[in-house]
Design a protein around this ligand. Sequence first.
Ligand SMILES: [Zn+2]
Length: 87
Amino acid sequence: MPEPRHDGDAALECPRCSTKAARIVARSPVPDVWTMHLCPVCFYSWRSTEPDYATKATALAPRFRIDPDRLEEGASVPGVPPLLGAG
Ligand SMILES: [Zn+2]
């Protein structure tokens, strides 16, 4: 099986936060079947073969959109407990 090709150069618009920082992180082993994308800002990921509502900013439901300026307000789920023996 051939190794997937990685492409760190092409910047794409993230469907969820609309930043232009998303990258292709993997390609299908069979050439030109699908590509996998990842946004390093909000960590949304999607495959090129998914429907428009998951891959296009204009088609993603507004309730699933994220304002990148408000990411710090999000809670860590699940919360990280204190280290054993700390304190
Ligand atoms: Zn994003």
